[in-house]
Design a protein around this ligand. Structure first.
Ligand SMILES: [Zn+2]
Length: 79
């Protein structure tokens, strides 16, 4: 079962489909390339996956796919 350990100690799993902690990102300019009527599978292939830790809200973005380490982003605050 694909999983990773968040820096807060929570185990994040990404084998569940659909995955309740996974978000799909797409660059606005890439999205704009799709026709008005889109094939959801093609749209899915163009996305980047992000896991949001349910414990600490840290975001883990798989910029280079699932086979490479994700980049962590820690929540901050607006001052
Ligand atoms: Zn966490």
């Amino acid at each position: 079962m694909p999983k990773m350990l968040c820096e807060c100690g929570t185990i994040l799993r990404w084998s569940e489909i659909p995955n309740p902690i996974e978000w799909l990102l797409i660059k606005d300019t890439d999205y704009d390339q799709f026709p008005e009527m889109i094939d959801s599978e093609e749209l899915y292939k163009a996305t980047t996956s992000l896991l949001r830790c349910p414990s600490c809200d840290r975001l883990w973005v798989f910029w280079d796919g699932w086979k490479n380490d994700p980049t962590p982003y820690e929540p901050g605050s607006i001052k």
